[in-house]
Ligand binder design. Structure first.
Ligand SMILES: Nc1nc2c(ncn2[C@@H]2O[C@H](COP(=O)(O)OP(=O)(O)OP(=O)(O)O)[C@@H](O)[C@H]2O)c(=O)[nH]1
Ligand SMILES: [Mg+2]
Length: 439
């Protein structure tokens, strides 16, 4: 996501390791910060004031025995990036009140419809975890592109929410109709999807203005595509007076994009980024947390988000089973396969890497990564071609069995040997971990 940004920040902190914090060193570091942020498409004026603040902090903060120069620089940069992204205040998780009307606004192709579906899915999923059900209605008031309404209907079906098809022939009346329908049918959340335009246009804005005035949404989200760079600032500045957004959703964060601009929105329009889209799938949506994002940007990793992701995507019973096996020191190939499945549900190695400290800034060989992912796929296929007894270690895997398993999984006998070696290594690892006093 921020590959090069993180890489540069990590290198910057390394430069201070063991060094002394002289004015010359600070100036040189600030030059690096400036070019790094410019490359990430953060607007110049935002960078200027950001750097002034960091310089002020560095000059005014004392280096203590417990804080080395590199750590001090890192701390100051971290604090200021957090502030730039919205501060600690907006780190609180956002939640949707009941009942609520949610309006999506943004340019064409920014991801309004996709994000609407992701939000509806999130609401349903969160409620389901608490054994609750939510009545959600979605309605598209895009009267320019018939396929847009069709797209929303398909997504709604996928996630199991109701679609309202308005009879009115204009977007404002249609939105009013949908909201009235939601209210009289006791829907807890009603989403309104609006039409986008390629550029900011008066007609689009005045239509949005009328919709907002007529339905008075509880939440209005401005959806910004991270890939459009500084254009997103102009969009935010044009939309904001009209829609008075609750917050911003930055989409396509999974692309190696110039997301810096979208993040600078907070300092320009004073509206927080609340969610970010990290892919095309329905659950590729994360709460935006400025402090954790600052961690990721400067290479401290983001284990919190990873753990939350794991909790969301992996069934509690599976986590517990694995934990039990782990504690009993009895990991079987079946458990090993479950571990691999879990990695898969979290998006594979490349996706996991982003959350680990230090790793995002390191150059990872794409070839190695691909090899690792392929290996995992192979291992899962091999284990599923074994008999249950083989999987739980009751039948030793002889040479003839190895051949049979390889044939069944479309792999080679040496792949089976490699899997058994890896499994053995993971057993050793468990033993070492268990010997540690705090485990
Ligand atoms: N990679 C990636 N793609 C996304 C993300 N969000 C949306 N997209 C893709 O962006 C494209 C446009 O998304 P839509 O949701 O149709 O955008 P829209 O704003 O509703 O577009 P209009 O209705 O035409 O104005 C689709 O191909 C989506 O799959 C994201 O977070 N990551
Ligand atoms: Mg759309």
């Amino acid at each position: 996501m921020f590959g090069s940004l993180t890489e540069k920040f990590s290198a910057l902190f390394l430069r201070f390791n063991g060094g002394v914090l002289t004015q010359k060193a600070i100036d040189a570091a600030m030059d690096t910060v400036k070019t790094t942020l410019l490359e990430a498409d953060v607007p110049y004026e935002v960078i200027e004031s950001f750097i002034q603040k960091i310089q002020f902090d560095l000059v005014n903060k004392k280096i203590t025995a417990s804080l080395k120069p590199a750590e001090l620089v890192m701390k100051v940069v971290h604090e200021r990036i957090t502030e730039l992204l919205g501060g600690k205040q907006s780190a609180k998780n956002f939640f949707f009140q009941i009942p609520s009307i949610i309006l999506m606004a943004g340019l064409q192709g920014s991801g309004k419809t996709t994000t609407l579906a992701k939000l509806a899915f999130l609401i349903k999923n969160d409620a389901a975890k608490r054994h609750k059900a939510r009545k959600v209605l979605v309605c598209s008031v895009d009267y320019y592109r018939p396929a847009a309404r069709e797209q929303l209907a398909i997504l709604a079906k996928q996630i199991g929410v109701d679609v309202y098809v308005a009879r009115a022939d204009n977007p404002v009346a249609a939105a009013v109709e949908a909201v009235q329908y939601a209210q009289s049918n006791h829907y807890e959340h009603c989403f309104i999807d609006t039409a986008g335009r390629l550029h900011v246009e008066t007609q689009l804005l005045s239509e949005l203005h009328d919709i907002v005035k007529s339905i008075k949404p509880t939440y209005t989200f401005l959806v910004l595509d991270a890939m459009i760079g500084q254009e997103s600032l102009r969009v935010a500045q044009a939309f904001e007076p009209i829609i008075n957004a609750t917050g911003i959703i930055v989409t396509k964060m999974d692309s190696e994009s110039r997301a810096g601009a979208a993040f600078a929105c907070y300092s320009m329009v004073k509206k927080p980024v609340i969610f970010m889209g990290t892919g095309e799938k329905i659950d590729d949506l994360e709460y935006f947390n400025p402090e954790r994002m600052a961690n990721r940007i400067i290479g401290l990793g983001d284990m919190h988000t990873l753990i939350e992701k794991a909790e969301q995507k992996i069934k509690l019973s599976e986590q517990q089973d694995l934990q039990k096996a782990f504690l009993k020191n009895k990991l079987t190939l079946q458990d090993f396969s479950k571990q691999l499945d879990m990695m898969g549900s979290l998006g594979g190695i490349s996706s996991l890497m982003k959350y680990f400290p230090g790793i995002p800034g390191m150059k990872i060989d794409a070839e190695q990564l691909e090899k690792g992912e392929k290996e995992i796929k192979k291992f899962r296929a091999i284990i599923s071609s074994m008999t249950i007894k083989e999987q739980i270690g009751r039948s030793p895997i002889s040479e003839s069995r190895r051949k049979r398993i390889a044939r069944g999984s479309g792999t080679l006998p040496q792949d089976v040997v490699l899997l058994l070696e890896r499994f053995e290594q993971s057993q050793q690892f468990v033993k070492i971990l268990k010997r540690r006093p705090h485990f």
